[in-house]
Write a protein that binds this ligand. Structure first.
Ligand code: SAH
Ligand code: DHB
Ligand code: MG
Length: 221
């Protein structure tokens, strides 16, 4: 990746605020070693997620899209003793890799991964009247983000914070005629959260190691 002022400042923030971390480094190594997609949040985005989660004083966190567990580890570290994180992942291979990384981070007792299509797992939790979550992170496949948001609302209560990754995609969400299904799905999600009266919401643009992107932040009224 070419260096720019944005990646240089991202590195500066990383060095200032994120100490060397064996569990996170090993998780990143597991991605390159196994050849699964290298699309985790960055270290600085992980720290931001951790802070946002901690602000919601969560006892229960839901994550949609586990991959190798990099964001899972950051989020689970925001839980108190006895807290729970449920993460939804389609691929058994990703879940297996993530479980090893999560155990290595000392978080196995807090984290449960449900393997299968997230939409089905969400429906099962909704019909099973699962206790609502305090913090929800949406980061799986992009076309059904709006559906994931609607389902997340049914697993929320007043004060639940919902954060979604990748909602800017270098501005591709601006192109109304796009044939990019990811960008179209995200634009639909962004419009939905802006028009959902049950939440206050906005988008934070981000730059750095992960290029120009953004996270949506919503709180249930
Ligand atoms: N949150 C992770 C990155 C997740 S990448 C991190 O930042 O560390 C997106 C993940 O969503 C991938 O592991 C992919 O397998 C998974 N995924 C894709 N489609 C899915 C679906 N329909 N249901 C659940 N997970 C899905
Ligand atoms: C990409 C990045 C992500 O954070 C993600 O969740 C999916 C895809 C990407 O860079 O392609
Ligand atoms: Mg993402």
């Amino acid at each position: 990746m070419s260096s720019s002022i944005f990646t240089d400042v991202d590195q500066y923030i990383h060095e200032l605020f994120i100490p060397e971390d064996e569990a996170l480094n090993k998780t990143m190594d597991s991605i390159s070693e196994t050849g699964i997609p290298s699309i985790s949040v960055s270290y600085t985005q992980g720290k931001l997620l951790f802070l946002l989660a901690k602000m919601s004083k969560p006892k229960r966190i839901l994550e949609i899209g586990t991959l190798a567990g990099f964001s899972t580890i950051w989020l689970a570290r925001a839980l108190p003793a006895g807290g729970v994180l449920v993460s939804l992942e389609l691929e058994q291979q990703h879940a297996d890799i993530a479980l090893k990384n999560i155990a290595n981070a000392g978080l196995a007792d807090k984290v449960q991964i449900l393997v299968g299509p997230a939409g089905d797992s969400l429906d099962q939790m909704i019909s099973g009247k699962t206790e609502p979550f305090d913090f929800i992170f949406i980061d799986a496949d992009k076309p059904p983000y709006a559906e994931y948001f609607r389902q997340s609302l049914k697993l929320s209560k007043s004060g639940t914070v919902i954060v979604a990754d990748n909602v800017v995609r270098e501005g591709r969400i601006l192109d109304k005629a796009t044939t990019d299904e990811d960008a179209a799905g995200i634009a639909r999600f962004n419009k939905l959260i802006s028009q959902t009266p049950e939440v206050d919401a906005s988008i934070l643009q981000t730059v750095g190691e992960k290029l120009h992107d953004g996270i949506a932040i919503a709180i249930v009224k």
